[in-house]
Write a protein that binds this ligand. Structure first.
Ligand code: GLN
Length: 189
């Protein structure tokens, strides 16, 4: 059997990612303590509150083990708060982050919860012409893309999906739409 895909399950929208991965026939495992990382084939960092994620990551001694797992090269998908954790630099306000992807991101920069919105990517995924449905919930904005990261999709000229080697980061929530192309592309289902 294929190695399960881990979903960081400390807080936030992990259940929707589990459902998305299950739609693709992939086994999943909730990650809450370092031992949960053993033998995983990939890992999802879901949306939620990045400040709360950080607090719980430290409380459960997950910082080092998560960092080592991501840097080992397994496929990683970070959505919304997950993208904030993964970024090289976080502003509005500044906070600690892992620096797995060469992005500068501003938190809550697309507006408050009531301003959460849906859109369609102007630039669909490379090699795939069908537009990508986008759902933004108090989303971070990618303010700068460094040379190590590659923009994978944009809306109104702004990057909303980026990749650096094994790490993908989205400011929106593909797990909350019916479109499974991103999970499929990243985890190879
Ligand atoms: N606003 C959240 C944060 O700053 C992210 C929102 C989300 O993950 N939907 O962490």
């Amino acid at each position: 059997m294929d190695a399960p895909i881990g979903v960081l399950a400390l807080q936030g929208g992990y259940a929707a990612h589990e459902a998305a991965l299950a739609d693709l026939g992939l086994a999943t495992r909730r990650v809450r303590v370092p031992a949960d990382l053993a033998g995983l084939g990939g890992l999802v960092f879901p949306g939620g509150e990045s400040t709360t994620h950080l607090k719980l990551i430290h409380r459960f001694d997950l910082w080092g083990p998560l960092d080592a797992f991501v840097r080992s090269g397994a496929p990683i998908f970070c959505t919304c708060a997950g993208m904030i954790l993964a970024a090289r630099e976080v502003v509005h306000p500044a906070q600690e982050s892992f620096g797995w992807i060469d992005l500068k991101v501003a938190r809550n920069a697309w507006g408050r919860q009531v301003h959460s919105f849906e859109d369609v990517a102007d630039a669909p995924l490379p090699g795939d012409e069908a537009p990508l449905p986008l759902l933004f919930i108090r989303a971070p904005r990618i303010e700068a893309v460094g040379p190590a990261a590659e923009v994978m999709a944009t809306v109104k000229g702004e990057p909303i999906l980026a990749r650096q080697a094994n790490v993908w980061a989205a400011s929106f929530h593909p797990e909350l739409t019916a479109d499974r192309r991103l999970h499929r592309r990243i985890f190879g289902a």
